[in-house]
Design a protein around this ligand. Structure first.
Ligand code: HEC
Length: 184
């Protein structure tokens, strides 16, 4: 019985994710879709009772931040709040801000499970084989102690894109007053 419910939820979750992945334009999911996806995720994500074996101290957080800034920043930003990641809101499902209660309510074990296995049918990859167990647990410590939004700047790979965008914007806004002058 429980298995059937689980299979059904996974099925609906997958169909919805697939529709989003194949859609031309990412639309924000409706409340019902969000609920179905979240419910199927809650059933699929394991590791609830796994205990974090690395100590909760500054050195673990620092090591975790190093791995995070190597592997995760390209989508999650240096600070875990997606700062400076241009596509974060435009993919579906979007890249979440890891500081929000939605994410922080996962247990340490669940976060480790997510990192290890990824979330199927989304942009969230699995890291088994790329990070050791210890490194994943350190990343979990970092997720619990994320720095303030924007405090670490934007990922290096996007710096140029932002500068170019700002320049174009500046040129564009500078043209406006000139146009006014001509018509005066
Ligand atoms: C290629 C882009 C990408 C990379 C790289 C990436 N993620 Fe994600 N991540 C995502 C997306 C997209 C989601 C949203 C998945 C969803 O809504 O189910 C996500 C979701 C998450 C979640 C929340 C899952 C949930 O249930 O909402 C956590 C925690 C997470 N990522 C941690 C990490 C960590 C730690 C790393 C690095 C080891 C990482 N991510 C690397 C794209 C990425």
């Amino acid at each position: 019985m429980k298995n059937r419910k689980l299979r059904m939820l996974i099925f609906f979750g997958s169909v919805i994710s697939l529709l989003y992945l194949t859609g031309c334009k990412a639309k924000p999911p409706s409340r019902i879709e969000k609920r179905v996806v979240q419910e199927s995720k809650d059933l699929v994500i394991g590791g609830k009772d796994w205990q974090n074996p690395v100590p909760d101290n500054a050195s673990s957080v620092k090591l975790g931040s190093k791995h995070f800034q190597h592997h995760c920043q390209v989508c999650h930003g240096l600070d875990g709040h997606t700062t400076g990641v241009p596509f974060a809101r435009n993919i579906s499902p979007p890249v979440p801000d890891l500081g929000t209660p939605d994410i922080q309510k996962y247990s340490d074990g669940q976060l480790k499970w997510i990192i290890e296995n990824g979330i199927r049918l989304t942009g969230m990859p699995k890291w088994k084989g790329f990070l050791t167990d210890e490194e994943m647990w350190q990343v979990v410590r970092y997720i619990r102690h994320l720095p303030a939004r924007g405090s670490l700047g934007i990922p290096e790979v996007y710096v140029r894109e932002f500068e170019e965008h700002a320049q174009t914007h500046k040129e564009h806004t500078q043209k406006e007053p000139m146009k006014n002058k001509v018509t005066e």
